[in-house]
Structures are given as structure tokens and as C-alpha cells.
Write a protein that binds this ligand. Sequence first.
Ligand SMILES: C[S@@+](CC[C@H](N)C(=O)[O-])C[C@H]1O[C@@H](n2cnc3c(N)ncnc32)[C@H](O)[C@@H]1O
Length: 257
Amino acid sequence: MRSYDIVFPSTQGLNPSEEYFFFTLDGEQMKIHLHDYPTIYQYPWLYEAVLYERLGCDSPRGICQILQKLFAEQNVDTSSLQMLEIGAGSGIFAEHLKMTLHIGKIYGLDIHQEAKIAAYRERSGLYSGYYVADLTNLSTEAFAELSQQQFTFVGFASAAGRKNHILVEGIEQAWRFLEPNGWFLCHVGHARPNDPEQEYTHLNDWINRKIEHQQLTLMLKESCFHRYSTNGERIFHDVIVGVKTSSGEAREKLNYE
Ligand SMILES: C[S@@+](CC[C@H](N)C(=O)[O-])C[C@H]1O[C@@H](n2cnc3c(N)ncnc32)[C@H](O)[C@@H]1O
């Protein structure tokens, strides 16, 4: 892995969506927004250096540990699973899924071409395929292609929520590509009081409705350390895992108001 000169600002009280860092390369300093993924993915291993080495992101390891226990208890043959990993980025979560759980096939999906390039550059041979598509605005071709894949596992790490992350409409779209009896994994941040951005609340409401309407059988919900903020605060996310029921096929009208 490359070593980079990365400095975080001393500004206190930034919202997670406002965080940024300074990055110096060849004597030139750049200010990069922490969620400016297309820019970050252009530099080999920069995503891993900032989020994982400097901010201690532990979600891929933590989620895989939780899944490993659950799948063992449920006697899941992980090598037969065909997974759609949404918001896949440069592939760090898929790498853990392969190493720890030996998932048979993983297909990545991300809105940015730069993510696919980074995943194939940093982790060649990991994905069985990688779609570049906006889950909230899929083309007819992408929808048709994803629909015929028969995914038995759909999920994501650190990819839902606020600006530059997948909105609940996109999560609903991915849910449609999951086969009945397939596994669904959701990784969602804790909603903060008075937070102007309500995406985590919307996603939690969406999951609760799936459970109430018996479209999703909840198997596990566990809080897990995600990463440090640039101010050094500990951030936690929930890991939610369930199985899609046969009635989970029913289309539910989205209503967040
Ligand atoms: C924080 S990164 C997560 C990367 C990786 N899953 C990890 O665990 O480190 C979030 C990813 O979601 C992607 N993303 C955001 N909106 C999206 C959308 N509408 N459709 C597909 N991917 C999206 C971003 O491009 C980014 O690569």
C-alpha cells in the first residue's frame, strides 16, 4: 500500500457529510471532501489510507465477523451464494467477504466508473462482475441485466444514507434483485437528534416496514463500531441481516413523509 501525506483539519463539530482532509502529492496540496469518492478513487489506495488507516474504519471486519457466526448457526453454504454488493467502491468489503466467508460469487455495483477502475486496479480477480450504475436511476438495460442474475445475497457496507451515498429508493431497487429466501444485509448509521439529513431515519423506517409487512424476516440487528470522525469521535452503525420472504416480492409504495 502506498504511503500518503494526509492531514485532517482541526475544525470541531463537522457533520459527517462535511468532513474533509488535506492531501499533498508531488508538492501540491489539495483539499478533498471525505465523501468525494470519484476524486479519492483516482489515487491508488487513497480510500484505504484515509478511511481505514487514518480513521480506523472497521466495518468490513466487524460485519464479516457477525455474518460468519450467523451463517454458521444457520448452516448456510456460503460458497453457493451469489451476491450483489451495492456501493462497492474499491472492493474492500468484498475482499473481507471472500476471505472470511468464502462467498461464491460477488458482483459489485457503484455509481462511479472510478470505483470500478479502483476495484480492478487494487483487487483484480475479486469480483465476478462489476456494474457501473446509479441505483436510484437505473437504465432499462441495467435493470434487465440485474433482474436476470438471481442474486441470493444482496447487501452493502458503509454505502447508504447521506449525500454521495445510496438513498432509500436505491436500496429498494437493489432489494428487487434479491431472490425469495435470499439474504439481505443492511449497514445503517444511527440517526442523530436534530440532524437535518434524515436518510438514516428513512432507511430504518423502510426496514421496519419490510419486517412489519412480513417481507423480511429479521435474523439479527447489532450495533458495531464503524470508524472515527475526523474529530476523533467514535461512530457506530447497525448491522441488520434478514431473509426475504416469498411475499417480499410485493411492491410497496414508498412514502417517507
Ligand atoms: C463509503 S463508500 C463504501 C465503499 C465500500 N463499500 C466500503 O465498505 O468501504 C460508498 C459508495 O457508494 C457509492 N454510491 C453512492 N450513491 C450510489 C448510487 N446511487 N448507486 C450506486 N452506488 C452509489 C459511492 O460511489 C461509494 O463508492
